[in-house]
Design a protein around this ligand. Structure first.
Ligand SMILES: [Zn+2]
Length: 216
């Protein structure tokens, strides 16, 4: 079996988006890129019972290389992002409620928290609407992700994030969802205050070296 480590991480992340209620039922999908192969969740299967053996491996044209099931309906979207963004190695797509509310209102999620500035680093814009699973949606998302963005909203649909791994992309989804929720509540209290572009830049740069150094 190929890409065993990536299969495990994709499977674990898919189970987590379900358990954390970032998706209802079998919606949402997760993938990882390993050289010129993509490991992706199968289409329409119950995340609660998924095993790493159920993940599907496809080539960069979307042809199934290994797996018993059909790959996710958003395979075209995931492949388009990897082809256009060599820095992205893991993608998570969810339908979490607060981020999706912004996607329905077609309003970007603003940078109102330090953690949003640190881990995302940009306002999360809305990609124009297109039907799920289409080339048109893939084109809209790739275009909206320009300038090294990590996440975009899909109009009337949900949220997609890409980062160095599926677990890093999941973290971006959690922060986007939490930022959308807090924006929603803060607006009910009166007005929201976004961080300045200088503060965002400072926080985002500093976060890159945050944590424990392996050298010490
Ligand atoms: Zn979706």
């Amino acid at each position: 079996m190929r890409c065993v480590e990536a299969r495990r991480e994709v499977c674990k992340t898919a189970r987590e988006i379900y358990e954390a209620r970032l998706v209802p039922g079998t919606w949402g999908n997760v993938s990882a890129l390993v050289d010129d192969l993509m490991v992706i969740t199968p289409s329409g299967m119950d995340y609660g019972t998924l095993s790493h053996e159920d993940m599907v491996v496809v080539d960069l044209e979307g042809r199934v290389v290994e797996g018993f099931f059909k790959p996710s309906v958003e395979t075209v979207l995931h492949l388009a992002i990897y082809k256009n963004r060599p820095d992205i190695k893991g993608i998570v797509h969810v339908h979490s409620p607060y981020a999706t509310a912004f996607a329905v209102a077609r309003r970007p999620i603003p940078i109102i928290l330090e953690e949003t500035a640190q881990a995302v680093g940009h306002e999360i814009p809305v990609a124009p609407y297109a039907h799920c699973g289409t080339e048109e949606l893939a084109e809209n998302v790739v275009k909206t992700l320009e300038n090294n963005k990590k996440a975009v909203l899909l109009a009337n649909h949900g949220l997609i994030a890409g980062d160095v791994s599926p677990s890093a992309a999941l973290n971006v989804c959690y922060i986007a969802e939490r930022t959308a929720m807090i924006t929603f509540y803060a607006q009910h209290l009166g007005n929201i205050n976004v961080l300045s572009s200088d503060d965002i830049k400072y926080l985002h740069e500093k976060f890159k070296t945050y944590g424990q150094s392996k050298d010490k």
